[in-house]
Design a protein around this ligand. Structure first.
Ligand SMILES: Cc1cc2nc3c(=O)[nH]c(=O)nc-3n(C[C@H](O)[C@H](O)[C@H](O)COP(=O)(O)OP(=O)(O)OC[C@H]3O[C@@H](n4cnc5c(N)ncnc54)[C@H](O)[C@@H]3O)c2cc1C
Length: 380
């Protein structure tokens, strides 16, 4: 391969495919090439827990999700994907087990309400009505928003990839980008299939971003944080909304097909870059899951997988131009499925020369150079 393209996007996960698609939708005379070393969905997007919520505690995270919500609600039409994405909007309940957690949820709801989202604080009785299967020992209250929910990451990726190809994006799997070097007023990419010259480059390789940008002197602070997911056999519907419990370090969702997906974090685990499931976490996480949802005590496990959260210092996305002109970064900050429509669309606009709104400009990599960060408090 020895070719040229106007924009090269490295990474065909939710972030890379979304920005590539929106670039072509903005300017059909721009050639856009996406390169991914893996196969379809062999990435963090394919390993994620499928949750969508606008209930966050920072303006950046909340706005990215708020702008993405209509895309998922109209995915079939917006992305020409007739099967849709199995968007189940039974809401999200976020539980507080301590006064500090409840205060934080109160602040988050105030922020969300200020952005036009009618999320609410709920007491224990209301939670019991919303999700009768939950064990509420020690729960002081929570927050709820009815348009939150879950969706299929595979369908989202398939929708993006098909729409991108239809729009004229050249999406190539099985091509690893080995290095990126400035060349003239553009870049040259050394890949496992030869060189590619590009006018501009977007690096969307999530936790692997430093491997390509550090050699250029660009420091994007991201740490790979291992998480694990478990899924049960399909069960008769019993859960209703998705549930987040900080106390249990857990997200739980019953999919439209009946399986219960549990995503478990473990704050005691060391950061590391491999995503092999660990046998030590499972017994502890299973006990926590049964404590939260006693129904799971008799459920059979179908499979389990590990994955990496891209943890940034403020748990927000990093999206924008780096210190090298023409070289852009699109890093999810661990919620890249739900934020991908707005992240891709906004970054495409920025690359196309449109000035971003203030809140989006604040997600730029430049924020780490100084000033105070606005850390996301509502992450499990
Ligand atoms: C267990 C778990 C549960 C999660 N749950 C949720 C959830 O409920 N909701 C949510 O929104 N998010 C969730 N996340 C986070 C979400 O999965 C990620 O934020 C998102 O998938 C990141 O998307 P991406 O496109 O940036 O990265 P990816 O999907 O990982 O795509 C990056 C791509 O870059 C490619 N690549 C890497 N290096 C190179 C290279 N050198 N050359 C070419 N290609 C390369 C990889 O092959 C990969 O395909 C979860 C994550 C985990 C681990």
């Amino acid at each position: 391969m020895s070719r040229t393209t106007d924009v090269a996007v490295v990474g065909a996960g939710a972030y890379g495919l979304s920005v590539a698609l929106w670039l072509r939708r903005r300017s059909s005379d721009l050639s856009v090439t996406v390169l991914d070393r893996g196969e379809f969905a062999a990435n963090e997007t394919g390993r994620c827990g499928a949750g969508f919520r606008v209930q966050w505690g920072t303006v950046g995270n909340t706005r990215l999700c708020l702008e993405s919500l209509p895309d998922f609600e109209s995915f079939a039409e917006t992305y020409g994907h007739p099967d849709g994405v199995e968007f189940k909007q039974d809401g999200y309940v976020i539980l507080a087990h301590t006064p500090a957690q409840l205060d934080q949820l109160r602040r988050n709801v105030a922020l969300q309400n200020g952005l036009g989202i009618d999320s609410v604080l709920v007491d224990r009785d209301a939670i019991a009505r919303l999700a009768p299967a939950l064990a509420l020992d020690g729960v002081l209250g929570g927050s709820f928003y009815g348009r939150d929910g879950s969706l299929s990451p595979f369908r989202v990726l398939d929708g993006y990839q098909r729409a991108a190809r239809r729009a004229g994006v050249d999406v190539r799997h099985g091509v690893e980008v080995l290095s990126i070097a400035p060349l003239g007023d553009g870049f040259t990419l050394a890949t496992s299939r030869g060189a590619l010259a590009a006018g501009r480059v977007v690096v969307a390789t999530d936790t692997r971003i430093p491997a390509l940008l550090a050699p250029l002197g660009i420091d994007i602070p991201v740490q790979p944080y291992p998480n694990q997911a478990f899924v049960t056999e399909p069960l008769a519907p019993f859960l209703g909304p998705c549930v987040v419990s900080f106390q249990h370090e857990m997200f739980v969702n019953q999919t439209p097909r009946g399986s219960v997906v549990v995503v478990a974090s473990d704050r005691e685990r060391p950061l590391r870059s491999d995503f092999a499931p660990t046998s030590d976490l499972f017994p502890r996480a299973a006990a926590r899951a049964i404590d939260l949802l006693p129904h799971l005590g008799s459920a059979r496990l179908l499979r389990s997988w590990g994955g990496l959260y891209s943890r940034t210092p403020d748990m927000q996305a990093v999206i924008g131009e780096t210190a090298v002109a023409g070289l852009f970064v699109a890093l999810s900050g661990a919620k890249g499925l739900m934020t991908s429509p707005a992240a891709g669309r906004r970054l495409a606009a920025l690359i196309d020369g449109e000035a971003p709104p203030d809140w989006f400009a604040q997600l730029s990599p430049a924020r780490f150079a100084g000033g105070t960060l606005d850390p996301e408090p509502a992450i499990v």
